[in-house]
Write a protein that binds this ligand. Sequence first.
Ligand SMILES: Cc1ncc(C[n+]2csc(CCOP(=O)(O)OP(=O)(O)O)c2C)c(N)n1
Ligand SMILES: [Mg+2]
Length: 457
Amino acid sequence: MNSSKKLFVFLRQPQRIHTARTQIQSPQCLLPRCSRRWSSVSQRPGADHVHFPGAVNSKFTTNLEFQRPSTHPAIPTYRIMDSDGIIVDESRAPKDVKDEDAIQWYKDMLTVSIMDLIMFDAQRQGRLSFYMVSAGEEGIAVGSASALTPEDVVFAQYREAGVFQQRGFTLDEFMSQLFANRNDHGRGRNMPVHYGSRKLNIHTISSPLATQIPQAAGAAYALKMQALQNPNVAPRIVACYFGEGAASEGDFHAALNIAATRSCPVVFVCRNNGYAISTPTLEQYRGDGIASRGVGYGIDTIRVDGNDIFAVREVTKEARRMALEGGGRPVLIEAMSYRVSHHSTSDDSFAYRARVEVEDWKRRDNPITRLRKWMEGKGIWDEEKESEARTTIRRDILKSFAAAEKEKRPPLREMFTDIYEDLSEESLSQMKELKAVLERYPEEYDLAAFEGGKDGL
Ligand SMILES: Cc1ncc(C[n+]2csc(CCOP(=O)(O)OP(=O)(O)O)c2C)c(N)n1
Ligand SMILES: [Mg+2]
């Protein structure tokens, strides 16, 4: 496709023009198209701009004018389909989407949404310690994941269950992690919803915010080096997800800058859902969302309606293509949505936002109802199919739930293993201490729930 004909526009960065003097022999310059050069402060007589090393192509001006963010128009939000599931501009209708694909994405979103309702309630019943739902943001996760290849590498935050679902994480895998049983890939060591899958190329989620962003930039750099060494292997990208709140961390800034300067093939997907726990975006930043920061770092950037799964998919597909273009570069997508539910089961959002605000959003716009309306308009979905899908999904979730809840937990010893290659002295002494406590208070602990019981230590 000729990208110049596209009607949706990534805010592209101006090409840097430098005077070539010396080429640095860094791995960067092993690339087919190397853009890193020494810059120069020299200028031709009469030139209207100087090549300052730190600001290329800046024109001289005699206007004493500060750049005011308020005079810059807000970055637009790309969409294909409105909240009634109507294609806004028929010429932009999704062309590469088969009916069965749309139905599958719909079911993926529905699965996450039904699982969320069940697991939120299960936490309230005391059957698992913690849970986080994706309500209102299923379209961002499923739509963007559908534009990746299985070989692409994913770093996620914690509200992207739809990415796992779309890539083939099974209900048994979700449930084993949530119940920390012996089938959990993380052997029960992580909090619930901190999923990970080596098979699906998704790094395990970690709680400290934004740590995944520099890791993603580094992983993308590694993929770029691998691609240079193995030209016969299809190049891959990294997709990195985070919330707008995480973008307040220093890690976000370091990651975007290193990804830009090292031209790393990474697509950053920021879910801007209006809140970082109780802090609304109005109190988080004064700039134009997160997208404006991408432009500041010299990264091609787009803002998209996160409730429009087709738009999210299309921009991610294009971002993926751009990320691999010319040896690699980062792209930033800011996907707009609204966090419909509480931050987590540990939060009561009505302490800091009006119930009516939430109800309003629920009624007004939702990625699942949007796609459902589109499918109904097309005649490929109806009430009967809806009720059948809901019943099947609910039944399958409950089946995995019941099996995972009953399953044994990993041996107690595994609390201490896999931290270092061998058990450290400290770990050994903590193990002994735990054993002594368990022996002293045998009535207080249900050791039968753990594989091997007391002997598993
Ligand atoms: C370094 C760090 N600081 C604070 C927290 C506590 N915390 C967990 S989630 C969260 C809000 C994150 O908001 P955002 O990135 O917008 O994601 P959302 O929950 O809205 O999806 C905070 C402050 C943390 N986990 N890590
Ligand atoms: Mg947020």
